[in-house]
Design a protein around this ligand. Structure first.
Ligand code: KIV
Length: 298
């Protein structure tokens, strides 16, 4: 027998999730749930499902805007979609993803752009990619009162440096470097770190060593929380599905089916039916016909 999973908490008793909640959940050993959203209806659904946090990821570039990778995404793209999400979500911690080149060129620019996510787009925190090379930016952003989520492992903005979307930290030396990066980001003040496409043993080790929660994506069950790109989870991105994704629905197929049925109904003149149409009162209609008749007769 299958049962529909219920939200884990009583909706009436829900409280806004904060970075402090993240810390408490890690302390209690309570897994943190996170999903991406880029628009109002998805944000509403993620919120109603009782998910702890929403990432407005720059994956937006691939799953919504149709780019090959995340590199073309701009600050304006991100802010536009963050605002839509902020209008739909009340309880989850909202994290805005800093796009490529919005934080890499100078610490000042990083702080300025990070601030825009909170000031102009209703986010509670920002995420940026990179380890030791971003420590100064993380420290400065945190110093400005803006919570920072780190992101190491497969960092998609470095797709060309990696030579493709490839798992990271698979050798002893690469793994050691990632462990060091995680500690550096924690030392710089990050409140949490995304570990993407790294070996499960390594992610578990990092999670055990850090005081701040790790959020895994393709990093095994040993992380303190999990994040997925919602379009992958619901089967709405048709180009490819990473091997670490569990697909819970096939929305693309459902949408396609509905659109094909609509096209058939229009072609067969079955839609719109009477109940989808607006009619004049008979008296008004007859009056109009009479007037038109009169006009054409004289
Ligand atoms: O942009 C994004 O959605 C992300 C997740 C894959 C963590 O960075």
């Amino acid at each position: 027998m299958t049962t529909t999973p219920q939200p884990k908490s009583d909706p009436a008793a829900r409280q806004k999730v904060t970075t402090r909640s993240f810390a408490l959940m890690k302390k209690r050993g309570q897994p943190i749930t996170m999903l991406t959203a880029y628009d109002y209806p998805t944000a509403l659904a993620v919120d109603q499902a009782g998910i702890d946090s929403i990432l407005v990821g720059d994956s937006l570039g691939m799953v919504v805007l149709g780019y090959e990778n995340t590199l073309p995404v701009t600050m304006e793209d991100m802010l536009h979609h963050c605002r839509a999400v902020a209008r739909g979500a009340k309880f989850p911690l909202l994290v805005g993803d800093m796009p490529f080149m919005s934080y890499q060129t100078s610490v000042e620019k990083a702080v300025e752009n990070a601030g825009r996510f909170l000031q102009e787009a209703g986010m509670d925190a920002i995420k940026l990619e990179g380890g030791r090379e971003r420590a100064d930016a993380v420290q400065a952003i945190v110093g400005a009162g803006i919570p920072v989520m780190g992101h190491i492992g497969l960092t998609p903005q470095s797709v060309h440096a990696f030579g493709g979307f490839r798992a990271q930290g698979k050798t002893a030396s690469a793994a050691k470097r990632l462990i060091e990066d995680a500690h550096i980001l924690q030392g710089a003040g990050a409140f949490s770190i995304v570990l993407e496409a790294v070996p499960a043993q390594l992610a578990q080790l990092i999670s055990e060593q850090l005081a701040i929660p790790t959020i895994g994506i393709g990093a095994g069950v040993g992380c303190d929380g999990q994040v997925l790109v919602t379009h992958d989870l619901i089967g709405q991105f048709d180009r490819f599905t990473p091997s670490f994704v569990k697909q819970y629905a096939q929305i693309h197929e459902i949408v396609l089916q509905a659109m094909r049925e609509y096209a058939r109904d229009v072609e067969d003149r079955v839609f719109p039916a009477e109940e989808h149409s607006i009619f004049m009162k008979e008296q008004e209609w007859q009056e109009l016909l009479a007037e038109l008749n009169q006009e054409s007769n004289g």
